[in-house]
Design a protein around this ligand. Structure first.
Ligand SMILES: *[C@@H]1O[C@H](CO)[C@@H](O)[C@H](O)[C@H]1NC(C)=O
Ligand SMILES: *[C@@H]1O[C@H](CO)[C@@H](O)[C@H](O)[C@H]1NC(C)=O
Ligand SMILES: *[C@@H]1O[C@H](CO)[C@@H](O)[C@H](O)[C@H]1NC(C)=O
Length: 207
């Protein structure tokens, strides 16, 4: 009697323990290595490094810039542009919370919030900028992913390997270069022929 109680307790304990031991990354981090997370403890900036470049390759820093043409620049969505092509950076660092990518406002943008929404294949990584909200509506689709072991990569929709930098077709800034997820020739927001594949690395921000 006593022995079987101990035995059943042991079974119960191991039944509880096994799922924890075998836990796999899930959600936006599904398929990536242990340590990949939708909520890294650090803040960061993003940099686009040519795909296939070595671990120490320096990339092109990415910042928020105006997105696809709306009726006016102010009515447009926002995207991640190379800092070199956009020319300034008013959102000095980014946080990732439960898979939502949240650029943080600098002093000039105080009181505003940048919130990502869903990123479909062929689209730029899109944000809306509105007054700061305590419980904003965002798409929880990003992961700080460990792919190679030597750097942390941004993944969207469980995919870190399909980002590209493409020349935008926006009319208000010439030669703006934007981050696109899985570019295709049908999207009129950028010139497909200019797209070059990149990985997007998270660079811890300690400023
Ligand atoms: C990251 O940024 C958030 C929001 O600005 C801030 O509250 C937090 O202290 C920062 N975390 C670290 C580790 O610097
Ligand atoms: C990359 O940088 C690290 C640290 O500075 C260094 O130890 C390593 O040898 C470098 N790797 C390459 C491929 O240059
Ligand atoms: C794409 O943008 C880059 C950087 O602004 C520029 O140097 C290049 O000429 C552009 N390419 C085309 C085909 O417009």
């Amino acid at each position: 009697m006593f022995a079987s109680a101990v035995l059943s307790f042991a079974f119960a304990a191991s039944a509880l323990a096994v799922p924890a031991l075998q836990a796999r990354q899930s959600g936006p981090c599904a398929g990536f290595g242990a340590g990949s997370t939708v909520t890294p403890t650090y803040n960061f900036t993003l940099t686009a490094v040519p795909s296939g470049a070595g671990a120490n390759a320096t990339g092109a820093p990415l910042v928020l810039g105006w997105g696809p043409a709306g009726d006016s620049p102010a009515a447009s969505e926002w995207v991640l542009s190379t800092e070199a092509s956009w020319g300034e950076n008013e959102w000095p660092y980014i946080t990732l919370q439960d898979g939502a990518l949240l650029p943080q406002p600098g002093t000039d943008e105080h009181g505003l919030g940048a919130y990502n929404f869903g990123t479909d294949t062929g689209d730029e990584v899109l944000f809306t900028i509105i007054g700061e909200e305590a419980s904003p509506s965002t798409a929880e689709i990003f992961c700080a992913a460990l792919v190679s072991g030597s750097y942390v990569e941004l993944a969207v929709n469980g995919d870190a390997g399909n980002f590209a930098l493409c020349n935008a077709t926006t009319t208000w800034v010439s030669n703006q270069v934007n981050l696109v997820y899985a570019p295709n020739a049908d999207n009129e927001d950028y010139t497909y022929e200019t797209c070059t594949p990149v990985r997007v690395e998270l660079i811890p921000y300690d400023g």
